[in-house]
Design a protein around this ligand. Structure first.
Ligand code: ANZ
Ligand code: ZN
Length: 808
């Protein structure tokens, strides 16, 4: 008997696929097939190579691609490299190897490893974000945005990572720390390039409805965009001409405003200080300028200073003290707030600490609380201490107040977003140069589109300067240039783009990666885009996934493409961890490389085991030993195939039923993305087939085995091809088409059950094993005929066992 030899089988089919690719663009009649675009989040080519955790996502996307292939689609399944960024640059600093060189080495190594997965990747579509032919278009998009007023320069205190020595976007600051290196983020006043993503806030929010994405990710984006309705209210400064506008989402609480707080950066902050408060106020302003936003918002003890000035509450003329505190952010709302300590936690804490009066204006059951110990923050209850508003429902007033305020001429109704414009420049070397020339006469001038790409020059020292200038600033012959408009001596922008720049649009380029005239031709875009299924980790929920949506909308607006959402469906796979849930990393020494497992068990076994470790959306702990079980399953299936080929039996009813159940289980579970349970379905049904074979001359019928080969083809492609060939086919299994199931054929047989009257068996009938109660009782009564008399009190049906009629 031939034994299962994974190595021989896998080598054989790799060669055959090389000669005859299984994913043609046209069908057998030569007609173009419908496309299905299944995309992986492209990897950063790190020097550490791939571990079994990376494999998981790529296996999931390949299984899905091959399933769609079996359904008759042409699969767009590309792969590429997100290769700009810090690790290559840090390696250059340490080892003196040019990032382009180390990146190329890493790409070669990872590509070899990825090919071990035997995924359908079309390497003709490959892109690399550091390739000038690619970043030409990354720069082109920037120039287009600049021309549309969506890229602009601004100097302001941004998040600064002292360890990476670069500015960061808000999205890159996680709990006050640098998303890359974990260092505490500080502030630095820097001239920045910004992208006006806020211009798209409303569309980014609304269009989430169009997407088949996990609710969790949609919620994260919704919260990040943070739309809120409220009002701006104008407070006059007592004894001065100035007015301070506050932004509030709770204008219903206006009567309860007992003080006002301005961000230390507020334009009036310093000037509001009275003579005797001047010194402390200035010191406070300086100290806060050194803190990061996140630091300021975290639940630390509140700090603040009284300016000495007062404002007039426009609703009741009350005089309220004006304070400065860093819990108010300069770049949100108006940078000034009215404080209602009775109904806001932060204001309550502040008022307690600085002994400011607290006036309750909403009462839960119409009754005021004596000596509040915490703020009552719900917008439900009855208004009190609120003049003409007394007695109103606060929830109703909350909606009406903005309009009342507008009518009274003391402010206006507003909509606010938490989303900020995107800080887009980095003070580092290894990124796309920002294609702008600073001309003393013309100001900022974009590099002419036909001169792109603006190549990244070689430098001698990659070391970030830490001064807020990139290492490019030191290369005089690159920096000094002529203004493209007037020819005057000018200087190049020396900041580079963030790593997100290339990844915000790379998925568009795959389908037309050699086009040197356009980012993507409209013809190819229309034929192959957008992405139908996107697979990757959830960690990019508000970074890459938001930026890509913004870029796509922009490119749609300027007519490059005809759709405004990049990814129709999104699946986030969980992480594979080492023992005890610890993240796999070189430093922890718990990295499991796929290479040995492929050698010992084969690619097919590893692919199946990657799915078998647990629900794909959840994290799973890796345990090498489990792969044995999957490998044993393949061997058993292999043996069943060999036995069946020798026995050559006809299908029995039981085999037909088993086949339909197999198709049903695999298809429904696959559709639900319950991939681990698909693998168990294979195992269970295989066991049943082995039992059936034992009872029926040592084998199962050919059609059942053919069905198994097709069903298993997305999971164990080499194995499936070999099975298919041994069953007598000369064409690839990937043209077989996905099998269908027949619910009728899956039904269980008839069973014999006793029909009783008052517990005594009077007849035996044969009914469908899964008959429902009504039909079973009806059949039972018919069999009893005139044996049944008196009043029926109860009818009992235990499926597969008995029918009992209780009568008197
Ligand atoms: C008065 C008030 C009373 C508020 C109350 C809340 C509760 P969201 O929903 O996040 O938009 N706020 C406004 N601008 C701020 C800034 N620059 N920095 C810090 N806080 C600011 O929150 C809006 C609320 O946050 C506003 O409504 C304001 O406080 C505060 F019982 O105004 B509220
Ligand atoms: Zn000029």
């Amino acid at each position: 008997k031939i034994v299962y030899n994974h190595k021989a089988i896998e080598n054989k089919w790799r060669e055959k696929w090389e000669e005859n690719p299984v994913n043609p663009k046209v069908d057998e009649q030569g007609n173009p097939k419908k496309k299905y675009y299944c995309l992986d989040m492209f990897p950063y080519p790190s020097g550490n190579g791939l571990h079994v955790g990376h494999w998981r996502g790529y296996v999931i996307s390949d299984v899905w691609s091959r399933y769609k292939l079996q359904q008759g689609y042409y699969i767009v399944h590309p792969m590429g490299w997100d290769a700009f960024g810090l690790p290559a640059e840090n390696y250059a600093i340490k080892m003196g190897v040019h990032p382009a060189k180390s990146t190329a080495n890493n790409v070669a190594n990872i590509k070899r490893q990825i090919n071990e997965i035997a995924a359908l990747y079309d390497w003709d579509m490959e892109v690399n974000t550091t390739d000038p032919e690619f970043y030409k278009w990354t720069q082109w998009i920037f120039v287009k945005m600049f021309k549309e007023g969506l890229a602009y320069e601004k100097e302001f205190p941004i998040n600064w990572c002292p360890s990476c020595k670069t500015g960061l976007a808000n999205e890159e600051v996680v709990n006050g720390k640098c998303e890359r290196c974990g260092a505490e983020v500080t502030k630095k006043n820097l001239r920045q390039w910004m992208l006006k993503i806020t211009a798209y806030a409303e569309r980014l929010l609304n269009d989430l409805d169009k997407l088949d994405w996990p609710e969790k990710v949609k919620k994260m984006q919704t919260d990040w965009i943070g739309k809120s309705y409220g009002a701006e209210v104008n407070f006059k400064v007592d004894g001065r001409e100035d007015e301070i506008t506050v932004y509030t989402t709770r204008p219903d609480t206006l009567y309860g405003a007992t003080f006002m707080v301005l961000a230390p950066e507020h334009a009036l902050a310093a000037s509001l200080a009275t003579e005797e408060r001047k010194e402390v106020v200035e010191k406070y302003i300086y100290d806060s300028s050194m803190k990061s936003n996140v630091d300021r918002l975290q639940d630390k003890e509140k700090t603040g200073v009284f300016t000495g000035s007062y404002a007039i509450n426009p609703i009741n003329g009350a005089k309220v003290p004006i304070w400065l505190s860093d819990y108010v952010l300069a770049d949100y709302g108006t940078g000034a707030i009215m404080c209602v300590p009775a109904h806001d936690d932060r204001d309550f804490e502040f008022a307690k600490k600085f002994d400011i009066p607290i006036i309750q204006v909403i009462a839960k059951d119409g009754k005021a609380i004596e000596n509040m110990t915490e703020a009552y923050t719900e917008a439900s209850g009855t208004m009190i201490n609120s003049g003409e508003w007394d007695g109103m429902e606060s929830a109703v007033l909350k909606k009406e107040a903005p309009h009342i305020i507008e009518e009274r001429g003391i402010g206006k109704a507003t909509v606010n977003y938490k989303l900020r414009d995107w800080v887009f420049s980095r003070q580092r070397y290894w990124g796309e140069p920002i294609p702008i020339v600073h001309c003393p006469k013309c100001g900022n001038v974009p590099v002419p589109e036909e001169e792109l790409p603006l190549r990244l020059p070689d430098v001698e020292s990659y070391e970030p300067t830490g001064t807020g200038e990139s290492p490019l600033a030191a290369i005089d012959e690159w920096v000094n240039c002529k203004c493209p408009v007037c020819g005057a001596d000018a200087k190049r922008e020396t900041n580079t783009m963030p790593q997100w720049a290339g990844s915000s649009w790379y998925f568009l380029r795959y389908v037309d990666n050699h086009n040197d005239k356009e980012l993507v031709s409209r013809e190819k875009a229309d034929a192959m885009l957008p992405v139908d299924m996107y697979i990757g980790g959830v960690e990019h929920a508000v970074l890459h996934l938001l930026y890509s949506r913004f870029y796509t909308k922009f490119l749609c607006d300027i007519g490059v493409i005809d759709f405004d959402e990049p990814f129709q469906k999104l699946f986030n796979q969980g992480m594979i961890t080492g023992k005890n849930g610890i993240k796999m990393s070189k430093s922890k020494g718990n990295v499991v490389s796929p290479d040995d497992l492929v050698r010992d068990y084969g690619c097919d076994s590893l692919r199946m085991y990657e799915l078998f470790v647990g629900p794909p959306e959840l994290d799973a702990e890796w345990d090498d030993r489990g792969i044995d079980g999957v490998n044993r399953f393949l061997k058993r299936l292999w043996n069943l195939l060999q036995d069946s080929l020798a026995a050559n039996v006809e299908a029995t009813d039981a085999m037909v039923k088993e086949r339909h159940k197999l198709v049903y289980d695999v298809t429904t579970r696959l559709e639900n993305f319950s991939l681990n349970t698909v693998i168990s379905a294979f195992m269970e049904h295989n066991n049943k087939l082995i039992d059936l074979a034992k009872k029926n001359g040592g084998g199962v019928d050919k059609e059942t085995l053919e069905t198994m080969a097709v069903l298993i083809s997305p999971f164990a492609p080499h194995f499936a091809e070999e099975m298919w060939e041994q069953l007598g086919h000369t064409e690839t299994v990937f043209r077989a088409g996905w099998p269908t199931y027949d619910e009728e054929a899956m039904k269980e047989d008839e069973v014999e059950i006793a029909v009783q009257i008052n517990g005594k068996t009077k007849a035996v009938i044969s009914i469908a094993a899964d008959a429902d109660k009504d039909s079973a009782i009806a059949a039972g009564k018919e069999a009893l005929g005139n044996k049944l008399s008196g009043n029926i009190i109860k009818e009992i049906y235990v499926p597969g066992r008995i029918i009992n009629i209780v009568a008197k």
